[in-house]
Design a binder for this molecule. Sequence first.
Ligand SMILES: NC(=O)C1=CN([C@@H]2O[C@H](COP(=O)(O)OP(=O)(O)OC[C@H]3O[C@@H](n4cnc5c(N)ncnc54)[C@H](OP(=O)(O)O)[C@@H]3O)[C@@H](O)[C@H]2O)C=CC1
Ligand SMILES: O=C(O)[C@@H]1CCC=N1
Length: 278
Amino acid sequence: MKIAFIGGGNMASALIAGLAGKLAPGGNIHVVDPNPAALDKLFTAHGVSAATELDERVPAAEVIVLAVKPQSMREVASQLKPLLDLAQEAGRQPLLLSIAAGIRSADLARWLGGYAAIVRTMPNTPALIGQGVTGMVAAPGVTAQQRDAADHIMRAVGSTVWVEKEALIDPVTAVSGSGPAYVFYFIEAMQAAAEELGLTAEQGRELALATFAGAAQLALQSDEPVSVLRERVTSKGGTTYAALSSMEQSGVKAAIGGAMRAAAARGKQLGEELGAQD
Ligand SMILES: NC(=O)C1=CN([C@@H]2O[C@H](COP(=O)(O)OP(=O)(O)OC[C@H]3O[C@@H](n4cnc5c(N)ncnc54)[C@H](OP(=O)(O)O)[C@@H]3O)[C@@H](O)[C@H]2O)C=CC1
Ligand SMILES: O=C(O)[C@@H]1CCC=N1
């Protein structure tokens, strides 16, 4: 399968690392990004073909991943439209996978002159190691075959969760798209506190990371709700009870809910602001 990426930044690099050699050999991946240094890195690591500008190699791919910042999508669509028009005249309709936060499929379709084959996705950076999870929604004109192709690609870098309504991609973004950053933030805080409590930086890192990985694996492999697993750690009058009471008093749970509402609201706002441009 030939896959083209427009944008070769953080998320595209994670997807390319996960896909290269698995679903598509590096040589079947084409990347467009204005930064030669980013392209060099991807070429050296995965043998992708690379260009600083869009050309006919982009619509020659079966799948085009739009991996630029939401603010660049309108501009990219205007560069892509003539190339897609030519492909369609030749009887080809590459599948577009948009990974941009906020950007609605209907706006993208309109910018591309009514292009139908669009699947909007929200991946996350653990795709780099094949452990990503991607939220997905198909625009109304997407065929079952295109939907399957999109699912196949994203499953090569982890698991997929399809939602029926596109508005739910903003909540998905708040959970799993941005989510790895919350986890890293929590780990950073645990590492810093471990050092304050007298452990070395290495000990704090090893203990915190192994705890996250072990707890997540335990929850994944358990049939019981996460709350039950939590209760099993929490001895009456013990250390965990002291820690969780302190978190409750500090409003940690409420703060997490507030943070996720802010992320979802920002996704919606980006879509409204950027979709209104015409
Ligand atoms: N990072 C993440 O964890 C996730 C990101 N996303 C989405 O992925 C998209 C990319 O995010 P991320 O990878 O973090 O951002 P980056 O800024 O790392 O990557 C975007 C890349 O696109 C390049 N670019 C800008 N304009 C063009 C153009 N016209 N043609 C080709 N390339 C261009 C940028 O170059 P320059 O910097 O010079 O402008 C940059 O290298 C966003 O829409 C984001 O919402 C989705 C899920 C998770
Ligand atoms: O922060 C962002 O906007 C992007 C989308 C999800 C993760 N990173």
